[in-house]
Ligand binder design. Structure first.
Ligand code: ADP
Length: 634
């Protein structure tokens, strides 16, 4: 080893320390994955070199076949990985191996509970990466040089874990990175050719780059040690170029973990080759779990883009719509140019047609999953349902397909789980029912008990219960499914169409006529607070209800707009009362105008409360109610 200069000892960023703490205290029952993670990094580093060398061939420094070598020393208890990829400069090593750049990391770390079992589950969403070296090593050394830098610009990084790391400038003749793991006392089983070969076959067979191990060779007695020979132990071809029938599930799964930086298996995948006017291969995966940063604007999204098998860019976002940002995968095009840029991708019409084909592939894959593995699909929906709900607004062309993938809570299911599809809903619809009924609100408990559902309960009609913040907005983009239109049961003058018999309709008309006087009295009493007063035919148990005007904003939308500081147009509800309710009968017979007014206001406020709305003047409500209570008790 040559001399070390500019030696420094530096501390890790807090988040790195936390991550290391987890690693060191051995979260993993599955320790061997450290090798997969380091090989995955080495392969990424080679991809980067190959790509940068397209425009700067001098980076190859006279060539050398791109590869990864894994070796070991039983006596010294070390495992060494060496790649001739892009390498790191001193600054690179300080930032990449001393901090975590992912957005939202600090927030993520706050969620760690200290309970190893729970945390190991969470950490899977985060991706383990380089620091997993500390699962098996108590000291890790990295020798690296960035391609293109002078041999004197090498870096030696070394750390024993949580304390921090040392960094020095060294001479390194070859570009690339060598990582030396000094194995913990009880982890020396990894310094073994047979063991390493098995781990590589198991996890890294799909890596498109040769991974070499030293060839076992016995030196004859008295002979000099022969020069080391190496042999390739993995398949070393791009997995997506192979025919589907020849790729095993385990290979697809390991490849997913490599590209997605996930440590769990994916839920599903779709591997395709397109030939003809456009030629490309794609391999798309649905993860089993949402990444911790799914809702962060800057979170990585998009596919890995290859052009004729050469890696071109990560997170190519132009191939899928935003609502499918959780999909991971690879697309390898024969039509694009190797020096394609993000800006070009955004404008290229080739990309548009690839995007719509890939989008359809994903939706088909999800349909298949829903059909063949309903339990798995439930899990998918829990993780990604909220994001899928962005779909109808973003992707007009696939609106019906996306609607078919949506899942809702409904009055048909206890407990409020989102499991009902629109197709199922329609299959259960009542004879003559040509609408899809739904109710939106703040919480499941609130909508489940909403007076708006009374008539539906009476008639045995299912109503979808929508309580996600995004739901009202979603429904503004969905007007129909399978030719049946959606109806918000809290909106307008509920028309049950054929679901009401002629008799019921006639009776309702007669009642409405008979109560015209009462309608006028209430209108006068409530004045400005309402836009209309009418007799309700949707109530059985409650005295009154507030309906939203056909064109007015619902409560959720109003709250979202208000929260974002926008001015929301004032809209007044419609007051509907149940003429058969004893309180309304009492109201009808009330002689004192003052008491009539109080009671009307109380009924109005109660209807607002039942809808989960807040009162404009809660003190007035309490005053009026108490006045009545006092009168009652004398
Ligand atoms: P991730 O790979 O998810 O970014 P890691 O913690 O595994 O996170 O690695 C951190 C960074 O260190 C990588 O993004 C890369 O920039 C750098 N790095 C790791 N291993 C290598 C390597 N073998 N060659 C070059 N750079 C590397």
């Amino acid at each position: 080893m040559s001399v070390e200069t500019q030696k420094e000892t530096l501390g890790f960023q807090t988040e790195v320390k936390q991550l290391l703490h987890l690693m060191i205290h051995s979260l993993y029952s599955n320790k061997e994955i450290f090798l997969r993670e380091l090989i995955s990094n080495a392969s990424d580093a080679v991809d980067k070199l190959r790509f940068e060398a397209l425009s700067k061939p001098e980076l190859l420094e006279g060539g050398a076949e791109l590869k990864i070598r894994v070796s070991f020393d039983k006596d010294a208890k070390t495992v060494t990985l060496e790649d001739n990829g892009i390498g790191m400069s001193r600054e690179d090593a300080i930032t990449h191996l001393g901090t975590i750049a992912k957005s939202g990391t600090a927030d993520f770390m706050k969620n760690l509970s200290g309970d190893q079992k729970k945390d190991s589950h969470l950490i899977g969403q985060f991706g383990v990466g380089f620091y997993s070296a500390f699962i098996v090593a108590d000291k890790v050394e990295v020798f690296s040089r960035r391609a293109g830098l002078d041999a004197s610009q090498g870096v030696h990084w070394s750390s024993k874990g949580e304390g921090g790391f040392e960094i020095a400038t060294i001479d390194k003749a070859d570009r690339g990175t060598r990582i030396v793991l000094h194995l913990k006392a009880n982890e020396d089983e990894f310094a073994d050719g047979y063991r390493l070969r098995n781990i590589i076959k198991k996890y890294s067979d799909h890596i498109a780059l040769p991974i070499e191990l030293p060839k076992e060779q016995a030196a004859a007695e008295g002979e000099e040690q022969p020069a080391q020979e190496w042999e390739v132990v993995n398949r070393a071809s791009s997995l997506w170029t192979r025919p589907r029938t020849e790729v095993k599930d385990e290979e697809y799964q390991e490849f997913y973990k490599h590209i997605a930086h996930d440590y769990e298996n994916p839920l599903s995948w779709s591997h395709n080759k397109v030939e003809g006017k456009l030629e490309y291969s794609s391999l798309l995966y649905v993860p089993a779990r949402a990444p911790f940063d799914l809702y962060q604007r800057e979170a990585p999204k998009g596919l890995k883009l290859y052009v004729q098998r050469v890696f071109v860019m990560d997170q190519a976002e132009s191939f899928l719509p935003l609502y499918l940002r959780f999909i991971k995968g690879v697309v390898d095009s024969n039509d694009l140019s190797l020096n394609v840029s993000r800006e070009i991708l955004q404008k290229d019409p080739i990309i548009d047609s690839m995007k719509s084909a890939l989008t359809k592939r994903v939706l088909d894959m999800l349909e298949k999953l829903a059909k063949n593995e309903p339990e798995q699909y439930k899990g998918f929906w829990k993780n990604f349902g909220q994001v899928m709900k962005e779909g109808p607004a973003e992707d007009f062309a696939n609106k019906e397909k996306i609607a078919g993938l949506l899942r809702f809570a409904s009055t048909h299911e206890e407990g409020g789980e989102q499991v009902v599809s629109l197709a199922e809903y329609l299959a259960r619809a009542k004879e003559g029912q040509d609408k899809i009924y739904y109710l939106t609100g703040e919480t499941y408990a609130q909508v489940k008990n909403s007076p708006h559902l009374e008539v539906f309960r009476k008639k045995g009609i299912e109503v979808l219960l929508l309580t996600d913040r995004i739901d009202e907005w979603l429904m503004s983009y969905l007007s129909e499914f399978d030719g049946k239109s959606f109806v918000d049961v809290a909106r307008g003058d509920l028309d049950l169409g054929n679901l009401d018999s002629e008799e019921e309709k006639k009776e309702a008309e007669e009642v409405a006529k008979a109560k015209e006087g009462l309608v006028e009295r209430i209108k006068t009493a409530l004045g400005d607070a309402v836009s209309e007063v009418r007799v309700s035919h949707r109530l059985t148990d409650s005295p009154a209800i507030l309906a939203i005007g056909e064109q007015d904003l619902g409560m959720q939308m109003r709250q979202i707009l208000e929260a974002s500081g926008q001015k929301v147009p004032d809209s007044k509800p419609i007051f509907e009362f149940n003429p058969a309710h004893p309180l309304i009968e009492k109201l009808d017979g009330e002689q004192s105008e003052e008491r009539f007014g109080d009671l009307s206001h109380i009924l109005f406020d109660q209807a607002a409360l039942a809808a989960g709305d807040s009162l404009k003047d809660p003190a007035a409500y309490v005053r009026r109610l108490n006045k009545l209570l006092v009168e009652l008790s004398v």
